[in-house]
Design a protein around this ligand. Structure first.
Ligand code: ADP
Ligand code: MG
Length: 716
């Protein structure tokens, strides 16, 4: 770091001790997550403002933006006007104009007739006089300075509570030089030149004290690059470390085993499935642990692929753990695996969370003796008392939770297992590369053949009655339907729907608004009044798991024709005969969630209908519903979701240990992201422990950013 004799000041100095801050403002800064001088330096403006072109008084034209410069010749405060206003008459050598501030009383002691100021804003006309209402302004020392500031812009900061953007700007600029002198460059000149990046110091200066639009662009690019680079470096180092340190048991496939596995499947695998299986087999044959993400839309056929990998390990006399995020999902996985393995001798078990005592001990013993080939369960499988004899593959179904952290836990035994993460939330390719940058990604793009088309329509809530008739007519043809509600019951505020992207929009529907329909009450009504002749079932999260299971079994067997449900059906339910999904209050569901729900239909050969009933009272919900009606492509939907909500919310950054991005944008800065990723991975390859002299700044920044949390860098 730059050694300067500035007393105790450095970038770790508490913001309270900066010029013009003090304890009270420091408290406000705390709310903005600004604790140190370094944080303040990275408190980036949300935009920049440039003064419009300077105009002489006789050049002022109505409705144009202009900057005027001149001397105050008259100031009047009209206290009794409604609202009260302050007006200045400003004069230059060509004429005069009025500056008017409504409620401008607070400005009275800022101006003295005879002072020089510049002011800018939109020009309007009042009778014969040109005026600017509520202009922005700056004071100027003397007449010679009047025209100097032309062209310079000012940064606009996200304001907070008591502190205005201008005040924040003043504080930052007040210590900017001092802070900048401590900024260490992260890369060498040659590198900066080849990437067309300004120095970090320049970038920080320009972003806070913008000399021109062009420089702001360069500054932003550099700062975004830095952010992305650091994030990617963290990911890259973790990857290198895993690769270097850990050995895995190689599991190779041959024709005989391949044939034996395929015989268990009642269908030919699709081209996409074969492609990803080839990728997986290549990984598993190596002595390094596989780290692969298998992504594919709902119903794309991931389970079979994972099962193929599992059977490869079993064929080589090793064990496999299959983990799901919830008990229900674990159970469903187990059932679908059972379906394929019915006639095989593969030994498999479901390790339920509720299991205690002898039964559990027995299973644990079988696991440790290597007698069980495939064990399905939740995270409980990672618990200490579960000791596999020779675990060689871990399959994790993350659905739409992403737990990069968990991956570390299972490591550290002699031989690391191969690792296959499945996700049904299509992650935009760009983001997969970042969030799962330490995983290789395999994607199933196309659904298995023979699926009927799914169409989606969006209606106003009043139109629900015709939908009932539509359902009735299809059920007469032997099909089945879901009707989904955001809540279980009326009187509870938070429900299964808390999963609704985490942001219920209008819990108390607007004035005179609609009651939020809830599953239990609607079930009563639908089964008695609307469909008395049909078999209607109910499924929600508050039911005990045995009843849930029974209901699902009945629905699968066709004993239930209409299933009234909450989001509990979002994942894993596979009933090809269900062709209609009605979602009421669709505005209350997140986009990813709507897509997952819709994934429950369109599983058979017949055409399916997804009918969304919603009053879209915000622009966001309108966008969501529009996208849903336009496309079935999970990747496009995920990308839109990312645009609407931002990655932070989509992934809950804290969860996977990625830093909050302050300035970079994962969608807009995709090219920069690619470049940063390439560069960071190159650095990680050459200097896995960041030991070389030239990487010391990076190493420090990385530690500051990620801490020891993820064990990204071994201090050493
Ligand atoms: P995912 O886990 O990706 O949501 P699944 O593996 O559950 O998808 O597969 C969805 C459905 O498609 C299942 O009913 C499965 O039997 C079927 N399926 C999978 N692969 C094929 C294939 N190659 N041909 C025909 N049907 C398939
Ligand atoms: Mg599945």
């Amino acid at each position: 770091m730059n050694e300067q004799t500035q007393g105790q000041f450095n970038l770790d100095t508490n913001v309270q001790f900066l010029r013009g801050v003090g304890p009270r403002r420091a408290e406000v800064f705390t709310q903005l997550s600004v604790h140190t001088a370094g944080d303040l330096l990275e408190y980036f403006p949300r935009g920049h403002e440039f003064k419009p072109p300077l105009a002489l008084m006789n050049e002022l034209r109505r409705d144009h933006q202009a900057t005027v410069a001149g001397q105050i010749i008259l100031m009047r405060y009209h206290a009794r006007s409604r609202p009260p206003r302050l007006s200045l008459t400003l004069e230059d050598s060509t004429g005069r104009c009025q500056l008017v501030w409504f409620r401008g009383g607070y400005l009275r002691d800022k101006f003295v007739p005879g002072d020089f100021i510049t002011a800018w804003g939109k020009v309007s006309q009042y009778k014969e006089t040109m005026q600017i209402v509520n202009p922005r302004w700056t004071a100027v020392q003397d007449v010679d300075q009047l025209f100097e500031q032309e062209g310079a812009g000012s940064a606009v900061y996200p304001a907070c509570g008591d502190m205005s953007s201008m005040e924040i700007g003043r504080i930052i600029r007040g210590s900017l030089e001092q802070m900048l002198s401590f900024v260490a460059e992260r890369y060498d000149d040659e590198f900066l030149k080849s990437r067309k990046l300004p120095t970090r110091r320049e970038a920080l200066e320009w972003i806070h004290r913008p000399p021109s639009e062009e420089k702001i662009g360069q500054a932003r690019r550099r700062l975004a690059y830095d952010e992305l680079f650091l994030m990617e470096l963290g990911i890259a180092l973790r990857r290198e470390r895993l690769q270097k340190l850990q050995a895995a048991y190689p599991l190779d496939i041959d024709d005989r085993l391949d044939k034996r596995i395929r015989r268990l499947f009642p269908f030919e695998l699709t081209g996409d499935q074969n492609k990803v299986i080839t990728e997986i087999c290549a990984d598993m044959a190596r002595t390094k642990p596989m780290n692969r993400l298998l992504q594919g839309d709902v119903g794309s056929g991931k389970t079979v692929v994972a099962l193929y990998a599992a059977l490869l390990a079993v064929g080589r006399h090793r064990q496999v753990a299959v983990m799901a995020p919830t008990e229900i999902l674990a159970e469903q996985h187990f059932q679908s695996i059972e379906l394929y393995l019915r006639h095989s001798r593969v030994k498999r078990a479901l390790l339920k969370g509720g299991l205690t005592g002898k039964k559990r001990d027995e299973i644990l013993e079988q696991i440790s003796r290597g007698e069980l080939d495939i064990v399905v369960g939740t995270q409980a499988l990672l618990q200490h008392d579960v000791a596999f004899k020779h675990l060689a593959l871990v399959v994790v179904d993350e659905q739409h939770k992403f737990g990069v952290r968990q991956r570390e836990i299972i490591r550290g035994k002699d031989l690391a297992p191969h690792y296959l993460v499945m996700t049904a939330t299509p992650i935009p390719r760009t983001l997969a590369m970042t969030v799962f940058g330490d995983l290789d990604v395999s994607t199933i793009e196309h659904l298995p053949p023979g699926r009927g088309e799914t169409v989606t329509y969006w209606y106003q809530p009043e139109k629900i009655k015709p939908a009932y008739e539509f359902i009735r007519s299809h059920i007469k043809q032997g099909e089945q339907a879901y009707i989904v509600y955001p809540r279980v019951e009326q009187e509870y505020a938070e429900e299964d729907s808390s999963a609704a992207g985490g942001r219920p929009e209008s819990f108390h529907a607007g004035a005179g608004g609609d009651q939020i329909k809830a599953a239990v009450a609607e079930y009563e009504k639908l089964s008695r009044e609307v469909f008395p002749e049909l078999r209607v079932g109910l499924l929600h999260g508050r039911m005990d798991s045995r009843r849930k299971q029974q209901t699902m079994t009945d629905f699968r067997a066709g004993r239930i024709q209409i299933l009234v449900a909450t989001v509990v059906i979002e994942v894993g339910v596979d009933v090809p005969n269900a062709t209609i999904m009605v979602i009421e209050h669709a505005e209350r569901f997140g986009l990813a969630q709507l897509h997952q729900l819709r994934g429950r239909i369109g599983r058979g050969t017949r055409k399916s209908w997804c009918l969304l009933f919603a009053r879209a009272n915000t622009e966001q919900s309108q966008q969501r519903l529009d996208i849903m009606s336009r496309t079935n492509d999970g990747f496009r939907i995920a990308e839109q979701d990312l645009r609407i909500r931002g990655p932070g919310e989509l992934f809950g950054t804290a969860q996977h240990g990625l830093p909050e991005l302050k300035i970079a944008n994962l969608i807009e800065d995709i090219d920069l992201l690619r470049m940063a990723q390439r560069d960071a991975f190159a650095v990680a390859r050459q200097d896995t422990e960041l030991k070389t002299e030239k990487n010391q700044v990076l190493r420090r920044e990385l530690q500051k950013q990620f801490g020891e949390d993820l064990g990204l860098v071994d201090v050493g």
